[in-house]
Ligand binder design. Structure first.
Ligand code: CO8
Length: 257
């Protein structure tokens, strides 16, 4: 597909995807979702990519769903637009590789929902977070009502959802919405460094971790522990990456994955 909104650079196993529609604060339209679905499929098929980073161009990460595109929709079309975004953001969790949001500026509405679909979030001190949908007479439609309470707890989630307050990066860090906050000029360097650290670890272990943690929170602890034991065991044995990692430690050398 020919990409107009997404710019992707791949180097050293890290794909940096920049959402680039800065005149509209990177607002999410149908074209964005089509491009992102296509890009996720391409990256899924590329075994050289070990981590994906998503960021935004200009002063916004993403300032929400495209209000101009949504305003004339009827009920069924609104529901379909909600489903479109839910599916795209869920696809980040289903990717076998980690997906990091590098939040450079406004992450509002659908933009915060996009960031919450990623595995974790690194923010610039200039980032602003919020779910302003109620100001428009709406509610979040890209799984924000479901992901926010799971990430930050019921009280902080309902506060943000009901007040539409925008919070800064330090508050986002405090409630667990961001995992790291850095100066704006250090954002991409930090995100790439974190991605590089992850990319240097056992690739199979990273993929299994993502799957077990994400599947585990949606099941019972007993089932989650069964899944963990199963996947733990699968890393042992001749030719397995766990065997190589442990052997390399004992032989005081770097593992060869
Ligand atoms: N959609 C469309 N255009 C937008 C959006 C948006 N979400 N955000 C900003 N823009 C446009 C502005 O209209 C403006 O365009 P123009 O230059 O043509 O007038 C341009 O971007 C620049 O914006 P501002 O002039 O407003 O820039 P400021 O720096 O003054 O303000 C803000 C920046 C604070 C980000 C401000 O633009 C703003 O409040 N934006 C809207 C934020 C918002 O309400 N987001 C939530 C949208 S609803 C949503 O995301 C629901 C998700 C679920 C959908 C479910 C599907 C049905």
């Amino acid at each position: 597909m020919e990409y107009q909104i997404l710019k992707t650079e791949i180097s050293d196993g890290i794909a940096v995807v920049t959402i680039s529609r800065p005149k509209a604060m990177n607002a999410l339209n149908t074209r964005f979702f089509n491009e992102m679905d296509s890009l996720v499929a391409e990256i899924n098929a590329n075994n050289d990519v070990r981590v994906m980073i998503i960021t935004g161009e200009g002063k916004a990460f993403v300032a929400g769903a495209d209000i101009a595109e949504m305003v004339d929709k009827g009920s069924e079309a609104g529901k379909a637009f909600s489903r479109l975004g839910q599916n795209t953001f869920s696809s980040f969790g289903k990717m076998s590789i980690p997906v990091i949001a590098a939040i450079n500026g406004f992450a509002l509405g659908g933009g915060l929902e996009l960031a919450m679909g990623c595995d974790f979030r690194i923010a610039s001190t200039k980032a602003k977070f919020g779910q302003p949908e109620v100001s428009l007479g709406l509610i979040p439609g890209y799984a924000g009502t479901q992901r926010l309470p799971r990430l930050v707890g019921m009280g902080d989630a309902l506060y943000l959802l009901m007040t539409a307050d925008m919070i800064g990066a330090e508050d986002a860090l405090r409630i667990g919405l961001a995992q790291k906050v850095v100066e704006p000029e250090e954002l991409m360097e930090t995100a790439t460094k974190v991605a590089g650290t992850i990319a240097s670890k056992g690739p199979e272990a990273i993929k299994k971790l993502k799957k077990i943690v994400r599947d585990g929170v949606n099941t019972s602890q007993i089932k989650g522990e069964e899944l963990e034991a199963e996947e733990f065991g699968s890393l042992f044995g001749e030719g397995k990456q766990g065997k190589e990692g442990m052997q390399a430690f004992l032989e005081k050398r770097k593992p060869e994955w």
